[in-house]
Every structure is written in structure tokens, then in C-alpha cells.
Design a protein around this ligand. Structure first.
Ligand SMILES: [Zn+2]
Length: 264
């Protein structure tokens, strides 16, 4: 066990793969993230590099698994990934003109409140001739079912499930996937929590006193919340010999620190 000292600046609250971005919590980070294209059959849509790599691997694993089970050779395509503030504003305005206010406010986030501006979200569709850009078809069966089953292992969650509109404030979007990283995606999936609930729930597990312990697949992670004041925080984190530390803001008032032990 080694003790690792970290200075956590106030700005850390507003970036990282666990940030909560919705109508109540606007995206504060204004710089364009480091982006990469996801490798699908079209190679056009970009996400934050870490998420793009994870999604590329997840799509490949789903296609491999589904095709081995001799299901038909369907393909997943990335329909919409990173959007700048201007692009989100354009989509919102166009949808308002074409689809009206009720539809637009249900399915399109206000500029500054869209997860697509973080580079951590991707709308996925089934490859077919005509793809609906705002509400693409992404089924639950066949290879799409395999994708959904494997997603948490790769750090992805279905962000706006049906029946959870009261929490998320967004209509059910079975096509919208969000990268939150592991093991957070697995914990959320196992406990049936959406991101609004997860960032609220994890606050009870303070980093220094009682981190949440999660064990899966021979790996152990300790997850703890830390409130970050305007001056920033100076923390000491206990890390096992070959372990790793990752820190993400919650986009509210603190950070979530994840310490993962290496494989035994
Ligand atoms: Zn989306």
C-alpha cells in the first residue's frame, strides 16, 4: 500500500467521465475535448478518445458474439456523437421548426445541457437505408441485445431508460448511450440506477472514511466522494502497490475518486 498525494483543483468538479449534465446541471467545461472517431462501418462520429476506444471495442465484441451465435449479420452504426455548443443549438432550432416544442423538449436537450457536448455520449442505430437522426431505431433483440448486455463491462450505460423520465427529465431514448467508465457502469446496471441517482447515492461514501467497495471479476475498487471547495483540496489516497487512481468531477460540487487494485 502506498499513499498518493493529489491536489484537486475546483475545475476538476466540472470534467471527467462521471459528470452529470442535464437541464439542472449545465456543462461548464467549454474547451473541446480530445476526440477520436469510433470505428464502425461508417467511421464518422467522434467521442472523447477514451470513450471512442471503449465503444469501438464494445461494437466489435457485440458483432463477434452475435455472429458466432449465428444470428443475422446486422450492424451497429454511430448516428450522432460529439456536438459543439453551436451544433447542438442548430439541432435544437431545426427540431423546433420541424417537430414543434413538445417533441423537441422531450428528445433534444437545450444547448449547454446536452450530453453530446461532453463527447461522452453516442446515439446508436441499426444500419439500414433510412436512419432517423433524432430517434434512430436501436432494437433490443439480436446483436443489439448482445450490445446492451455487454455495455456495462465496457463502461457504457443506456442513459435514458423508459420509466425513469422523472429522474432524467428526458423521454425514453433506447439509442442513447453514455460512457461513465468502469466499474461505475456495472454498479449502475446492477442497481438499476440512472446517473442522476448514482451521483447522489455515491455521496454517502466519503473518500476518507467509508469508500464503497466493489468487487467483480477478481478486481476490487474503492470509490469515494470528496467535496471540493473553491480553493481546491489536497488529499492523501491509499493505493495498493499496482493499483490505479482515477478522478472525475460530478459537475455539482465534488469529485468521485476510484482506486482500483490490480489483478491478483
Ligand atoms: Zn443522444
Amino acid at each position: 500500500m502506498k499513499i498518493c498525494q493529489r491536489k484537486i483543483a475546483r475545475e476538476s468538479v466540472f470534467c471527467g467521465s462521471l459528470i452529470l449534465v442535464n437541464a439542472k446541471h449545465r456543462l461548464r467545461e467549454e474547451r473541446e475535448p480530445e476526440l477520436s472517431a469510433v470505428r464502425d462501418s461508417r467511421l464518422k462520429m467522434r467521442m472523447q478518445t477514451v470513450a471512442a476506444q471503449a465503444l469501438t471495442a464494445l461494437i466489435a465484441a457485440s458483432e463477434r458474439a452475435a455472429w458466432q451465435e449465428e444470428k443475422n449479420r446486422e450492424r451497429i452504426v454511430c448516428v450522432s456523437g460529439y456536438r459543439s455548443r453551436e451544433e447542438q443549438a442548430g439541432i435544437f432550432a431545426r427540431s423546433l421548426a420541424e417537430n414543434g416544442q413538445v417533441f423537441t423538449e422531450t428528445y433534444v436537450a437545450y444547448p449547454g445541457c446536452s450530453e453530446h457536448e461532453t463527447g461522452l455520449a453516442m446515439d446508436l442505430g441499426k444500419e439500414q437505408k433510412e436512419i432517423d437522426f433524432i430517434c434512430p431505431e436501436f432494437p433490443r433483440d439480436g446483436m443489439f441485445g448482445v450490445f446492451r448486455r455487454l455495455a456495462p463491462e465496457y463502461g457504457f450505460v443506456e442513459r435514458y431508460p423508459a420509466g425513469r423520465e422523472e429522474q432524467t427529465g428526458i423521454g425514453a431514448e433506447p439509442w442513447h448511450f453514455r460512457y461513465v467508465g468502469t466499474p461505475h457502469a456495472q454498479i449502475m446496471a446492477e442497481r438499476g440506477m440512472v446517473l442522476e441517482e448514482y451521483v447522489r447515492w455515491i455521496r454517502q461514501y466519503e473518500l476518507s472514511d467509508n469508500p464503497f467497495l466493489y468487487c467483480a471479476g477478481g478486481k476490487t475498487a474503492a470509490i469515494g466522494y470528496l467535496r471540493v471547495s473553491d480553493r481546491g483540496e489536497n488529499v492523501y489516497i491509499a493505493v495498493p502497490g499496482n493499483g490505479t487512481v482515477s478522478i472525475s468531477g460530478d459537475n455539482i460540487d465534488g469529485v468521485i475518486v476510484t482506486v482500483e487494485a490490480g489483478e491478483r
